[in-house]
Design a protein around this ligand. Structure first.
Ligand code: TYM
Length: 339
C-alpha cells in the first residue's frame, strides 16, 4: 500500500484541509508503520503558480506549510515530506502525460471553470493543465490510495483515466506502467463549508478570513470567528434529519462531531432544543482545546527555517529515488531514446 497526497502552499492550513485531508494523512501514516506500507506527502508548489502569485509569499508559505504539517503530526522520518519543485520528475511526467490526456477530459474539470471564472481567455495554461500535473504526482509513485477532500475527486478520476489509457496504448496488460489509484474521502468531513456561507466550501481563496478557521488562529480569534459564524434562528433539532435544509447549522454540528470524535446524533442529543447562543461557545472551546497543541508546535517550528529546509531536502532526495523507475518506464514505453 502506498499513500500519496499533496496540498498547495498558498496560505494557511485551515479546518477544511485538516478535517478533510491532513487528519487522514496522519492516521494513515501511523497505521502504515506496522503494515510495511509507505506515505509520501508533498507541497504542490508547482500547482501554486497556476494562479497569480507573489514569489516571496510562495517561498514563505511553502516553509510555513511544512511547519504546519509537522505540527499536525506528519513525521518526516516516517513519511516522505517534500515539495514538487525539488523533484523534477513531476514536471517531466506531466509533459509525457499531456500526450495521453484529452482536451475533452480537461474541458470537463469543474475547478478550471470555477477558478478561471468569466476570464477564461486570461487564465494561465497551467490552470488548464493543472489536473495532468496532479495525475503525474500520484502516478509517478504508483500510489494505491490518495487521501483527499471531496473537491479533489474529479481530479483523481482523471488521473485514473489517464493511467488507464496510457497503460492500454503503451504497455501490455501483464506489465502496466501505472497503478490506478483509489481516492480516500472521509465521509464525515468530505466538505467543510465556509463559516459565512453554508453553500460554499471553506477555502484559502475566500477573501474573508472570517469564513475559515486557520490552524494557526489563536484562541480569541477562534472564539470570535465561531461567534460570528452565520446561523439561523431555530433551535437545534434532536436528530440529524432535522438539519436538512439548514446548511450552516449542519456544517457547525458536523464540525463539532468530527472534532469531538463522536456522531452528529450524539452531539444533537446534548444540544437538542438549545439555540446557537449555547452551542457556539461550546464549539469554540472544543476547537480551541483541540487546536492549541497544534498551534503551539507550529509557532515553535516555524522559527527554524534551516530545519524546515532540511526536511524538504531530505524528503526530496527520497522522492527522487522513488520516482525514477516509473519515470524511466514511461519514457521507455513512449519510445523516447535517452542514451
Ligand atoms: P488544496 O491545497 O486545495 O487542499 C488540500 C486538501 O484539503 C482538502 N480540502 C478540503 N476538505 C474538506 N473540506 C474543505 N473545505 C476542504 N478544502 C480543502 C482538499 O480536498 C485536499 O485534499 N490540487 C490539490 C493539491 C494536489 C494534490 C495532488 C492532492 C496537487 N497534487 C495529488 C492529491 C494528490 C489542492 O489544490 O488541494
Amino acid at each position: 500500500m502506498r499513500i500519496v497526497s499533496g496540498i498547495q502552499p498558498t496560505g494557511n492550513l485551515h479546518l477544511g484541509n485538516y478535517l478533510g485531508a491532513i487528519r487522514n494523512w496522519v492516521r494513515m501514516q501511523d497505521e502504515l508503520v506496522s503494515t510495511g506500507g509507505d506515505c509520501l506527502f508533498f507541497l504542490a508548489d508547482l500547482h501554486a503558480i497556476s494562479m497569480p502569485h507573489e514569489p516571496a509569499t510562495l517561498s514563505a508559505n511553502t516553509r510555513e506549510m511544512v511547519a504546519a504539517l509537522v505540527a499536525c503530526g506528519i513525521d518526516p522520518d516516517r513519511s516522505t515530506l517534500f515539495n514538487q519543485a525539488q523533484v523534477p520528475a513531476h514536471a517531466e511526467l506531466q509533459w509525457l502525460l499531456t500526450g495521453t490526456a484529452r482536451m475533452g477530459w480537461l474541458n470537463r474539470m469543474t475547478q478550471f471553470k470555477d477558478k478561471s471564472g468569466k476570464n477564461r481567455e486570461g487564465a494561465s495554461i497551467a490552470l488548464y493543465t493543472y489536473p495532468v500535473l496532479q495525475a503525474a504526482d500520484v502516478l509517478l509513485y504508483q500510489a494505491t490510495h490518495v487521501p483527499v477532500g471531496e473537491d479533489q475527486k474529479q481530479h483523481l478520476e482523471l488521473a485514473r483515466d489517464i493511467a488507464q489509457k496510457f497503460n492500454n496504448d503503451f504497455a501490455s496488460e501483464a506489465a502496466p506502467v501505472f497503478t490506478l489509484p483509489d481516492p480516500i474521502i472521509p465521509p464525515e468531513a468530505a466538505r467543510i463549508m465556509s463559516l459565512r456561507d453554508g453553500s460554499a466550501k471553506m477555502s484559502k481563496s475566500d477573501p474573508s478570513d472570517m469564513s475559515r478557521i486557520n490552524l494557526t488562529d489563536d484562541a480569541d480569534t477562534i472564539m470570535q470567528k465561531v461567534k460570528k459564524a452565520k446561523t439561523d434562528p431555530e433551535p437545534l433539532p434532536s436528530e440529524a434529519a432535522g438539519l436538512e435544509g439548514r446548511a450552516e447549522a449542519k456544517n457547525l454540528v458536523g464540525i463539532y462531531a468530527v472534532m469531538a470524535q463522536t456522531s452528529v446524533d450524539a452531539v444533537l442529543a446534548d444540544f437538542a432544543g438549545k439555540g446557537f447562543g449555547a452551542f457556539k461557545p461550546a464549539l469554540g472551546e472544543l476547537l480551541v482545546t483541540k487546536l492549541a497543541p497544534i498551534n503551539d508546535r507550529f509557532v515553535e517550528l516555524r522559527q527554524d527555517r534551516a530545519a524546515l529546509d532540511a526536511i524538504l531536502k531530505k524528503g526530496a532526495e527520497k522522492a527522487r529515488t522513488l520516482a525514477a523507475p516509473t519515470l524511466n518506464a514511461a519514457y521507455e514505453a513512449l519510445g523516447l531514446v535517452r542514451g
